[in-house]
Ligand binder design. Structure first.
Ligand SMILES: Nc1ncnc2c1ncn2[C@@H]1O[C@H](COP(=O)(O)OP(=O)(O)OP(=O)(O)O)[C@@H](O)[C@H]1O
Ligand SMILES: [Mg+2]
Length: 220
């Protein structure tokens, strides 16, 4: 199993309730999983745990058989530069870097940069004309596509995406989803995608729903 989540419980510092309560599920290589749930239900919180950006209060998260809940910050950031890519809900682009340098950033830091693959991803996301610009010089939807390109450029084993189509129109959303599912198909990576769209959830192989701090399998 690529990812195993066992009994994860979490409460934010200063919080009054457990946002996640004894959450368990598994994600296999080559699987695409959609996560839905109301605003504030804990989707981003869970995604950050899967990317080893936050530690659960209790429980265990194994990636490729390794417990990632106890990694040092350095080991966790190495993992995010090599095997786990995350598209943040707020994009997290680097303002001082051009679009091209933002796209290549994590792949280069992780020594996984492949120029022709990066060019293909950039073109397929419709960003080729924008590579010389800076994040503040492009629209919100374009920034979102840059964040997606940066994640795809890494060719990760696990691609985590937090509402990656939230700012995109229908055509761009369909293209982004197709690119992600192609990556799953072509490289055998796993996709874990937060979405509010029932149509997008239906195109993933499995669908989890987060409610009351607990994750349930949703039939699609
Ligand atoms: N750093 C934090 N400190 C305290 N509480 C937090 C923190 N981050 C999130 N929360 C709270 O935890 C709960 C879950 O937040 P989270 O961001 O995971 O929700 P979400 O499902 O991603 O929502 P949305 O669909 O709006 O993005 C919310 O009640 C939120 O207010
Ligand atoms: Mg969120």
């Amino acid at each position: 199993m690529l990812l195993t989540v066992k009994g994860v419980t979490h409460r934010h510092p200063g919080g009054t309730r457990d946002v996640l309560r004894d959450v368990s599920f598994e994600v296999a290589r080559g699987e695409s999983v959609a996560l839905t749930g109301e605003s504030g239900s804990g989707k981003s919180t869970l995604l950050h745990m899967l990317a080893a950006l936050d530690h659960p209060l209790r429980g265990c998260i194994e990636f490729g058989g390794q417990d990632i809940t106890a990694l040092s910050d350095k080991a966790a950031s190495q993992l995010r530069r090599s095997h786990i890519a995350l598209v943040f809900q707020q994009f997290n682009l680097v303002p001082a870097l051009s679009v091209a340098d933002n796209i290549a950033l994590h792949a280069k830091l992780g020594q996984r940069f492949d120029a022709s693959w990066t060019e293909e991803v950039t073109a397929r996301l419709g960003l080729s004309e924008l590579v010389g610009r800076y994040p503040e010089q492009i629209s919100g939807g374009q920034q979102q596509r840059v964040a997606i390109a940066r994640a795809l450029a890494l060719r990760p084993d696990l691609l985590l995406a937090d509402e990656p189509t939230g700012n995109l129109d229908e055509t761009a959303s369909a293209e982004v989803l197709r690119l992600m599912l192609d990556l799953v198909q072509d490289t055998g990576c796993a996709l874990f995608l937060v979405t509010h769209s029932a149509a997008i959830a239906a195109r993933c192989a499995s669908h989890l729903h987060l409610s009351g701090g607990q994750v349930r399998v949703q039939s699609t």
